[in-house]
Design a protein around this ligand. Structure first.
Ligand code: GUN
Ligand code: ZN
Length: 437
């Protein structure tokens, strides 16, 4: 394959930007170049310098004046919920029973699952997301087809079949034994196959019996390198029901702690109503709280206190995510726009560099994959998103008076969506323009 050389305004983060003036937190090149060979970034920097390293026959794509960033990472989404988005009028538990479980029951049908898996991954790409941490349905085939489709697109994906054996219709329940066997088979087939990663996925404490929670703990012990994902402290009725089901527990987090589910690779969706003890437990174990603002607003779940977790003496690691279909948009730009408002309601502001750090490097760090994705550093995978801050008439009129990179990023976050995504590269292959053809 010929070398690929991208030209444009490149931006990649080195670390968390403390303030809007913290230019040491990122690398920005006004006339930047990214050299891609065999799916990897081999050089990044000023265009003229980078161009010197290109092999003969290099293909040059000039994206000026657009911004070239690492591809976005969505750390929590439910692919079987594409047809659940925009379901009216319910809070979490009713929403699950009324809309979500019936929709997920259709994923017993492999053809349906394959169709939705394709559409889901294509939609992520169109929105500039190059990696996702996904929940499948309870059905083993639902994970098979998602991994198969991600594999054929060469997308780095973390995903797992949901484990759930109670408090849901039979059509979306497994058993402790089948959950174990199916998870083991999926790990053997998919974990480490191409760019696929398996996540052990007990849905949440309400839909897993104690016996199944034990199984989840056993799987984590048998595969300490794997991710584990579940939901935690999203909604008051959910917390109260969990307390009834596990009366011995000190709090909701204690349930997961008891079964050995906390750790560096553990991702807990929502974490809205945690006590200090629970935040301490997440922090001490290196577990990650996943912020899903569009979902939290849509379901009326509450306001995730991002700065409380970041600024406490023992910070909690944070990721951000769409939580489609509780979440209402596939775009990480839309997600951080709503995230900014949630954080503002808690009394502080996230600056635009911090938001873009979060959806690129920050999320890669949160899922322990920053050595592969989330930056434009040489040696990492060439997952790249190209953004235009002039994608729509209203963005263009606003962009006329933008003077700084921070203002441009904030405009993209506040007004941008899939229309702002000019191109996406997955392991060096143009992927968005492919879809348009
Ligand atoms: N808690 C358990 N399952 C789900 C789900 O599918 N979506 C959300 N938002 N919360 C959950
Ligand atoms: Zn979720």
């Amino acid at each position: 394959m010929a070398d690929l050389l991208l030209r444009g305004r490149t931006l990649s983060f080195r670390r968390w930007p403390e303030t809007v003036d913290d230019s040491g937190a990122y690398d920005y090149e006004e006339d930047g170049g990214i050299l891609v060979r065999n799916g990897l970034i081999v050089a990044a920097g000023g265009f003229n310098d980078v161009a010197k390293g290109a092999a003969e026959g290099v293909v040059i794509v000039d994206h000026r004046p657009n911004l070239i960033l690492p591809g976005f990472i969505d750390c929590h989404a439910h692919y079987p919920q594409m047809q659940v988005i925009a379901s009216y009028g319910a809070e979490l538990l009713e929403w699950l029973n009324k809309y979500t479980f019936p929709a997920e029951s259709r994923f017993a049908d492999e053809q349906h699952a394959r169709r939705i898996a394709r559409l889901f991954l294509d939609e992520l790409i169109r929105h500039g997301t190059t990696s996702v941490v996904a929940y499948c349905s309870v059905h083993r085939q639902s994970a098979e087809v998602l991994f198969g489709e991600a594999y054929s697109r060469n997308m780095l994906t973390v995903a797992g079949k949901v484990m759930m054996d109670r408090n849901a219709p039979d059509a979306v329940c497994d058993t402790p034994e089948t959950a174990y066997d199916d998870t083991k088979a999926l790990i053997a087939e998919w974990h480490g196959n191409g760019r696929q990663h398996y996540a052990i996925t007990p849905r949440f404490a309400i839909t897993s019996s104690p016996a199944q929670m034990e199984v989840a703990g056993t799987l984590c012990r048998e595969h300490p390198d794997l991710h584990m994902q579940t939901h935690l402290s999203e909604n008051h009725a959910e917390i109260a029901f969990t307390q009834e089901l596990y009366p011995w527990s000190r709090d909701y987090t204690d349930v997961y702690e008891h079964y050995g589910l906390l750790g560096q690779k553990s991702l807990f969706g929502h974490c809205i109503h945690l006590s200090e003890r629970e935040a301490d437990a997440l922090s001490a174990s290196g577990s990650v709280a996943v912020f899903c603002p569009t979902s939290n607003l849509f379901l009326g779940s509450g306001l995730f206190d991002y700065q409380r977790y970041r600024r406490r003496e023992n910070p909690v690691r944070i990721a951000s995510a769409t939580d489609v279909g509780g979440g209402t948009n596939y775009s990480m730009l839309r997600t951080m726009d709503e995230g900014y408002k949630v954080i503002a309601l808690n009394g502080t502001k996230l600056n635009p560099f911090q938001s873009f750090w979060q959806i690129t490097r920050g999320n890669a760090e949160a899922i322990s994959l920053v050595h592969r994705i989330g930056t434009l550093e040489p040696g990492t995978d060439a997952d790249i998103t190209v953004l235009s801050a002039r994608a729509t008439p209203v963005m263009r009129i606003r962009a006329e008076v933008v003077e700084t990179l921070a203002e441009e990023l904030f405009l993209l976050q506040t007004m941008g969506d899939d229309r702002s995504v000019a191109e996406v590269y997955i392991a060096g292959r143009p992927a968005k323009s492919d879809l348009a053809i």
